[in-house]
Ligand binder design. Structure first.
Ligand code: ADP
Ligand code: MG
Length: 353
């Protein structure tokens, strides 16, 4: 089912939770709704679910206006962070509950429950009570309960935030493959940029209730439209610094020193307005992996302040005449704090000052 939001607003007493949101979510795709806490993700999801009414604008399903339609009349399955399973019911009864509400016959209920239980790999848990299940198992049950009615839309609000890191990765891959298998239009809310980058067809990034960018993970990472988007994706985050752009050349400012920075690729973001023939103050952005170590005559000089290992990558915090930048390297390069290094930039993003 295609979902369209047309100039959607949601105001609470003194908060504008969602402002003028217009977006198309294509049928059969998985879209992550991403952004910091309080940016309006859950509010947006609730309006799509019909649990909340927009203050303005329209929500369409397959081109039909559903704005005022009640939640139970929308073909939607939902999973929340705090999955509330009914404690007195078995897992079988929990999953069957939405079917029972719709007066589906017992035999058919059992068949359907068994089918989704198989998909979610929880067949052996059907006779247990929720209290006997781990957090990951309970969340599988919650997903099974959401899809048992075979809805056209699946909405998940931070469904994995209560789980430990390893299980989170495992379950997000499962949700992704389930979504593909069922070909169900899915909106997955998360504040975790890595989670969004790994499972989405498209990411919808919000900040303060305002859409920042809506694009594929790759586009969002490689071609951020503004500084917020650039800074929100990536860990460790992009380095930002004051600089000047002048006819294809870039200079870094550190204190009152201006250093020419060797750059391979210059990326003009949508927010940066180039005034030809004129030097322009700007904010420069360089991702740690784009800040590369080089020979003395190719780069600018800095001193390593600290070395940080994150999984298989090694990050160097480098001081360039008072400017602190993070560069990425690998284990085989044995750098230590105090070492002198030379840096150049593979890719530099230009933002408004
Ligand atoms: P997110 O899910 O991205 O963390 P929410 O959509 O829950 O953010 O909230 C967006 C903003 O709207 C926040 O400032 C929040 O405090 C406010 N808000 C959400 N629900 C209500 C409500 N029922 N009454 C008043 N303010 C609300
Ligand atoms: Mg929320």
């Amino acid at each position: 089912m295609k979902i369209q939001l047309r100039n959607v607003y949601k105001n609470y007493k003194n908060v504008e939770a969602v402002k003028d949101l217009t977006v198309d979510i294509e049928d059969g795709t998985l879209v992550c709704l991403l952004g910091p806490s309080g940016c309006g993700k859950s509010t947006t999801l609730s309006m799509i679910a019909g649990l909340d009414t927009p203050t303005g604008g329209e929500i369409l399903f397959n081109g039909e206006n559903f704005t005022g339609i009640a939640a139970e009349d929308r073909d939607i399955g939902m999973v929340f962070q705090n999955y509330a399973l009914y404690p007195h019911m078995t897992i079988m009864e929990n999953i069957a509950f939405p079917l029972k509400m719709r007066n589906v016959k017992k035999k058919e209920r059992i068949e359907k429950v068994k089918r989704v239980a198989k998909i979610m790999q929880i067949e052996e848990l059907l006779n247990r009570k929720p209290s006997k299940l781990s957090g990951g198992q309970q969340q599988r049950v919650a997903i099974a309960r959401a899809i048992v009615k075979e809805p056209k839309i699946l909405l998940l609000d931070e469904p994995l935030s209560n789980l430990d890191a390893r299980l989170r990765i495992e379950l997000r891959e499962e949700i992704r493959s389930l979504q593909r298998k069922l070909n169900i239009t899915t909106i997955f809310v998360t504040h975790d940029q890595e989670e969004a980058l790994s499972i989405s067809d498209k990411i919808l990034l919000l900040n303060n209730g305002v859409l920042q960018q809506y694009s594929t993970p790759k586009d969002m990472y490689m071609s951020p439209k503004n500084k917020f988007v650039a800074g929100f994706l990536g860990n460790p985050p992009m380095n930002f610094m004051c600089g000047t752009y002048d006819s294809g050349k870039v200079f870094v400012e550190s204190g009152n020193i201006t250093l020419p920075l060797p750059v391979e690729i210059l990326k003009f973001t949508e927010e940066f307005k180039d005034k030809p023939g004129q030097a322009e103050k700007c904010t420069l952005g360089i991702r740690p992996e784009d800040l590369v170590l080089c020979d003395r005559d190719e780069g600018i000089e800095g001193n390593i302040i600290s070395v940080q290992t994150l999984g298989k990558e090694v990050y160097l915090n480098v001081d360039i005449k008072g400017l602190m930048l993070t560069a990425c390297t690998s284990w085989e390069n044995n750098y230590n704090s105090g070492d002198k290094v030379y840096l150049r930039a593979k890719r530099v993003y230009l933002f408004n000052k």
